[in-house]
Each structure stands twice: as structure tokens, then as C-alpha cells.
Design a protein around this ligand. Structure first.
Ligand code: ADE
Length: 235
């Protein structure tokens, strides 16, 4: 998969995504990650990318033209362009699965107070990673790219590593334990030591159901509003 990020701060994405599993996915060619900086598409002496908001108010707004030109540089037929914004639809595992099927993702990362509203129709999709305000879209892009990359076939060595995990079946995952069997007086649940696969599967299901209804009862209910990732790529 190819991913490009339109960002003023490529290091905020490149750094975290050079480590661990995603770093390996990049060096093994499962993920090609590129960056395009709107500042490189300015024409004035100060390479201006932001300006004061019309109507007044605090903060700065990213100007449309440098973003447009940067996007034009990387967008191809079939690209899925995603604007990261707290106003977007909530990113979840189902959206990650849909995005992992695309050939080319382009992330537009706003910074400061956000982007000129006239840029938003250039995106196929607007995504938020949660109801809080980040300093920019970059940390959100890291989260989305990470969640998508681990779903690319071949990235996780164990082929079934994403099959029984949290959210896959609308349930939180059962707790995990590793050696030693007794740690500071705390024992690993008997079922997991039994070697009986049916018993283990039953225990995990019960734990997952109990955990989900205690911590995330909303997961059992149908979501009110879906991201609609599958339908979104119209360009
Ligand atoms: N930019 C700032 N906050 C954000 C959020 N919560 N999700 C996506 N992009 C953002």
C-alpha cells in the first residue's frame, strides 16, 4: 500500500512510524510512506502557509492554495483522500479494515486552528480519532496509518493475529497472561492452564462478553453513525 501525508511537520509522522511493526512493514515494502509539505508550494518570500481567520478570532488557519497544490502533487486516480479533523466521523476498527483494502491513501493534516473550509471538498472522507483536540492532524494520521498497516496481509507474522482481537467481533478481548503461572501471589486463571482448547475458547468468550458489557456496553449496540469509508472514495 502507498500512503502520502500532506503535512507541515513530516517528522511528527515519520518518526513514530519508523519504529516497531510499522517500521518493519516499511523496510519490507508492505507500506510505502511519502510526505509532501505545503510550504514547498508557496510563492512568497516567507513561504506563508497560514493566515488570520476572516471574521476574527484566535489562532491561524491553513491557507487553501498550498494545500491544494501539495495534494495535486500526490493525488492519483483511485486515491482515497482523508482529511483529519476533530469534526470528522469517528475512526474505528471497521474503518481501518475498509482503508486497508485501498491501494493509495492520502492524509491531509491540518495544523493550528484547522484548514480553510474550501479545502474540505477535496477530501473523500473526514476522520477524527476521538473527541479531543490535538495540536494537528499528524498524531491522528499516525494512529490511523498504524491501525491500517497492521491489517495489510503479511505485515503481522502470525496470519491469524488480527482474527480474534478486540473489536473484530464487536467485543473487547479477553485478558492475556504469560509466564510465570504465579506472579507475586497472583495466579493465571485455571482454564488457561488446562490445555483444553474448547474450555479455553469458552473462558475467553465469557470473559470478553463480561468485559464488554462492564466497560463498553455501547459496542454491543449498533453504531448511530458510520464512517462510510467503503463508499467514500469517489475520485
Ligand atoms: N486534529 C486535531 N484533533 C484531531 C482529532 N481528534 N482527530 C483527527 N484530527 C485531529
Amino acid at each position: 500500500m502507498r500512503v502520502d501525508a500532506v503535512t507541515l511537520f513530516p517528522g511528527m509522522i515519520d518518526g513514530p512510524l519508523s519504529e516497531s511493526i510499522v517500521g518493519r512493514a516499511r523496510s519490507e515494502g508492505f507500506l510505502e510512506l511519502g510526505f509532501v509539505n505545503p510550504r514547498d508550494f508557496t510563492e512568497d518570500r516567507h513561504r506563508t502557509v497560514d493566515d488570520k481567520p476572516y471574521g476574527g478570532g484566535t489562532g491561524m488557519v491553513m491557507m487553501a492554495e498550498p494545500l491544494y497544490r501539495a495534494l495535486k502533487k500526490v493525488r492519483k486516480r483511485g486515491s482515497c483522500v482523508i482529511l483529519l479533523t476533530p469534526k470528522g466521523s469517528k475512526f474505528d476498527q471497521a474503518a481501518a479494515v475498509e482503508l486497508s483494502k485501498k491501494k493509495h491513501l492520502v492524509f491531509i493534516c491540518g495544523h493550528y486552528e484547522g484548514v480553510d473550509e474550501r479545502v474540505t471538498p477535496l477530501a473523500d472522507l473526514q476522520l477524527s480519532i476521538g473527541d479531543y483536540v490535538l495540536t494537528g492532524g499528524e498524531p491522528a494520521a499516525v494512529a490511523v496509518i498504524d491501525a491500517v498497516t497492521r491489517l495489510i496481509p503479511g505485515v503481522l507474522r502470525k496470519s491469524d493475529a488480527t482474527v480474534n482481537e478486540t473489536f473484530g467481533d464487536g467485543l473487547l478481548e479477553a485478558p492475556h497472561y504469560t509466564r510465570p503461572a504465579v506472579w507475586r501471589g497472583k495466579k493465571v486463571p485455571e482454564a488457561l492452564l488446562s490445555g483444553n482448547h474448547r474450555l479455553i475458547a469458552q473462558w475467553r468468550l465469557e470473559q470478553a462478553q463480561a468485559l464488554t458489557s462492564a466497560e463498553r456496553p455501547d459496542l454491543a449496540k449498533p453504531a448511530k453513525k458510520k464512517a462510510g469509508v467503503a463508499k467514500a472514495a469517489k475520485h
